[in-house]
Design a protein around this ligand. Structure first.
Ligand SMILES: Nc1ncnc2c1ncn2[C@@H]1O[C@H](COP(=O)(O)OP(=O)(O)OP(=O)(O)O)[C@@H](O)[C@H]1O
Ligand SMILES: [Mg+2]
Length: 435
């Protein structure tokens, strides 16, 4: 008897009289479409564990088949076929930052343009295939974009995953392994993002694409990769979340994009603030439905099989089961070695390199204190202070100036509603301090 007949028989024994149709077979799973008749999909959904148990199958997932109104059962294949890196599609012209997520059961590739996504979250248990997917993304991006078009910031608290790329010319700095430095870098990136907005304003353009068409000085896309997010969030939860959310909310137009991977999909790590700003998500096999919900807002990832079997949640809110391609160490090395290194004039770093000088949290705090003092002196000498006057005095970027203004208000150096010191009793405090 075939699996199809076993399924039909077991469904009937469970009181679900549905017809099982010819399966469509993918690399890891086959989908058996059902002719439901009077039976509701939800009734079958409630019996899937029982059904899998009766057939001795690890897990069966039920879902409406993409592009059709038919409900189907996704059953693991007894033999799986590895999808190799060599099968990844060649250039996808209309995409700026193509990420090949995987193929569906029909053998159709699903590709996302990270430039539009604009950020991606990957979650899954240990060994489920996250880092392999991340390698695939990186290798494909460097294949099509040179270092003047694309730069990476790689954050690798585990110290092993992203080490391959340490000499890649696309890196803005060597892979960062220390969580404090990583958070400082995220903050620098957020400041650089604000600077990019000012550049766009000057050219009267609204996004990086049109800016690069008009301006002589091109800006590269910057892709920030974090593998693993949990280590960062646990080391400095508030600061890391704040920096990520700041970037996730605003960075798209200026060409800065995030790819975040975590082995611990739970609400302390993938907070609702992070999630709401990252609409495109990829779930690999997880241990339970709570973890699945933490990534996808729905069940399903607990039924995945591992080894790159994944559920892709796209901007339209659809869940699609895909097989991610495998990347061996040789595949990765081949991509890196194939890059033509050599005379590469780093215009971007010549102009903006100071924005990415790696600072530890401690030196960042020192710098902020220094800036605070300078701003305070300026306020006293001028009798008033505005964000613009801090920027005009070349003390800092506009975003930083706003932060310093806030700190000066909180410290009572300037009044709550007015930047003027003239009538504020707090001015006396400042003057006394300096007398
Ligand atoms: N797409 C794939 N196809 C086939 N095998 C895969 C695929 N992805 C991963 N694997 C297998 O699973 C192993 C673990 O994958 P990977 O290191 O990507 O997991 P991970 O999710 O990053 O785990 P961790 O959370 O521990 O870092 C790989 O070494 C490989 O053997
Ligand atoms: Mg990993």
């Amino acid at each position: 008897m075939t699996t199809r007949h076993h399924l039909e028989k077991a469904l009937h024994e469970l009181g679900l009289s549905v017809a099982v149709m010819t399966p469509i077979s993918g690399h890891s799973i086959s989908v058996y479409p059902l002719r439901l008749g009077e039976v509701k999909g939800e009734r079958i959904q409630g019996q899937l564990d029982e059904l899998a148990g009766r057939l001795g199958i690890r897990a069966i997932r039920g879902a409406f088949i993409e592009g059709s109104s038919r409900y189907g059962l996704e059953v693991p294949n007894t033999e799986r076929y590895t999808l190799n890196a060599s099968e990844v599609p060649k250039a996808v012209k209309q995409f700026n930052l193509a990420l090949h997520i995987g193929i569906d059961i029909y053998g159709t590739w699903k590709t996302v343009d990270l430039a539009k996504a604009p950020h991606m979250l990957l979650g899954g248990g240990t060994g489920s295939g996250k880092s392999t997917a991340v390698h695939g993304f990186i290798c494909n991006l460097i294949k099509h974009k040179n270092a003047n078009q694309l730069r990476f910031v790689m954050i690798d608290p585990k110290r092993v995953e992203l080490n391959y790329y340490r000499n890649l010319e696309h890196l803005l700095c060597p892979p960062i392994t220390d969580p404090q430095t990583a958070v400082a870098m995220l903050n620098s990136l957020a400041d650089h993002m604000d600077k990019r907005y000012s550049l766009l304003e000057q050219e009267t353009t609204r996004d990086i694409e049109s800016y690069n068409k008009r301006s002589k000085q091109k800006l590269p896309y910057i892709v920030v990769i974090i593998d693993e997010l949990a280590d960062l969030m646990l080391a400095s939860k508030g600061n890391c979340e704040k920096a990520l959310v700041r970037l996730a909310q605003k960075a798209r137009a200026v060409g800065i994009h995030l790819i975040l991977a975590t082995q611990q999909p739970k609400s302390e790590i993938v907070t609702s603030l992070i999630k709401v700003n990252i609409p495109v998500r990829l779930a690999f096999a997880v241990g339970n439905h709570h973890e699945s919900r933490a990534i996808l807002d729905s069940n399903g990832a607990e039924q995945l099989l591992g080894q790159g079997d994944c559920l892709f949640y796209n901007r339209q809110g659809n869940l699609i089961r895909l097989q991610n391609p495998f990347m061996s160490e040789q595949d990765i090395r081949k991509h890196i070695d194939n890059r033509a290194y050599g005379s590469f004039t780093d215009y971007f770093m010549q102009q903006h390199g100071d924005d990415f000088k790696l600072e530890t949290q401690a030196t960042a705090v020192d710098k902020d204190l220094h800036l605070f003092e300078e701003a305070k002196q300026l306020a006293i000498s001028q009798g008033k202070l505005t964000t613009a006057s801090l920027v005009n005095a070349d003390l800092c970027s506009r975003a930083k100036a706003q932060r310093i203004m806030h700190q000066l208000r909180t410290a009572g150096v300037i009044g709550e509603h007015s930047a003027s010191l003239g009538h504020s009793p707090l001015l006396l405090q400042v003057e006394q301090d300096n007398s």
